[in-house]
Design a protein. Structure first.
Length: 282
């Protein structure tokens, strides 16, 4: 199945003027990394393999940079840049992009990496968080930029609620995103860490992990140990409802049952909510 292109795509973000998309050779000493770039994990082994490939075949795909003072800041391609440094390459092919804002730098870097499937889930989540917190993106506007549903963006962001040890394991591919999403259904850090250790020690599949979590929850229900809170991510879920219905939403109850309360303050609010539920244009 052909993949749906991402949001605005690089074509919409990179100016199309001919002189801005020309590949040129830059002195590697004139290039500086971007501290806000999406990729945070650089595996030494894969970096060495890339360096070896570059040594034999050269840098096939140019990096993207933007002029900053007397240097060129990397927008996308830091892994290629680091590998080129390892083999002491003097020059590297690059495309110079003129950007109007810092958030555009992050957008381009994020989308370029996503299109090449070059980021792990934690790096994607951290990039989303940075765009939201530093540049005031909403989850809705961000979903349009990256070409994913709003719920997919929200679910990726929730990964950052996991304990640091679990996040590190996900970043290093010790566990998969499926394992991480299963762990998010647990309501406290101790339970998450207990199950995480079982995943690692017993090489559990995602399905086995889900079954283990389901069994643990059933045991707690039978013992009357159901937590009084709906979920540690209740506020995130409420916010997701509030953004969808454009009004205040409150969730109350226990883990196995509860109430979702949608508040409206006018007839127009009520009609808007009804139309959203029915899937009609609002």
């Amino acid at each position: 199945m052909k993949k749906k292109p991402l949001g605005r795509g690089l074509e919409a973000l990179i100016p199309k003027a001919e002189n801005k998309t020309t590949v040129i050779e830059l002195d590697i000493n004139d290039i500086v990394p971007n501290r806000d770039q999406p990729r945070h994990f650089f595996d030494d082994e894969s970096l060495a393999e890339l360096a070896s490939s570059i040594k034999e075949h050269g840098v096939i795909q140019p990096i993207l940079v933007t002029k900053e003072h007397n240097k060129y800041k990397i927008i996308a391609g830091e892994r290629r840049f680091r590998a080129a440094q390892q083999i002491k390459l003097e020059r590297i092919p690059a495309i110079i992009v003129e950007v109007t804002s810092e958030n555009q730098v992050i957008e381009i870097g994020l989308i370029e990496n996503l299109q090449r499937e070059n980021l792990n889930p934690i790096e994607v989540a951290m990039a989303y968080k940075q765009l939201i917190e530093k540049f005031q993106y909403s989850q809705d506007s961000l979903s349009k930029v990256v070409g994913k549903s709003r719920s997919a963006v929200a679910n990726t962001l929730r990964l950052l609620n996991l304990p640091d040890e679990v996040l590190e394991a996900l970043g290093k591919n010790i566990i998969t995103e499926g394992h991480a999403r299963a762990l998010l259904s647990l309501v406290d850090k101790k339970s998450i860490m207990d199950v995480y250790k079982k995943i690692v020690d017993n090489s559990l599949s995602v399905r086995e992990t889900e079954n283990l979590i389901k069994k643990l929850k059933n045991n707690k229900v039978h013992k009357g140990e159901v937590p009084s809170t709906f979920s540690p991510f209740k506020k995130d879920i409420e916010e997701e409802f509030e953004n969808y219905f454009n009004t205040k939403v409150m969730i109350s109850g226990e883990f196995h049952k509860g109430t979702i309360k949608i508040i409206y303050k006018s007839k127009d609010d009520l009609h808007y909510i009804i139309n959203k539920i029915r899937g009609n244009p609002c």
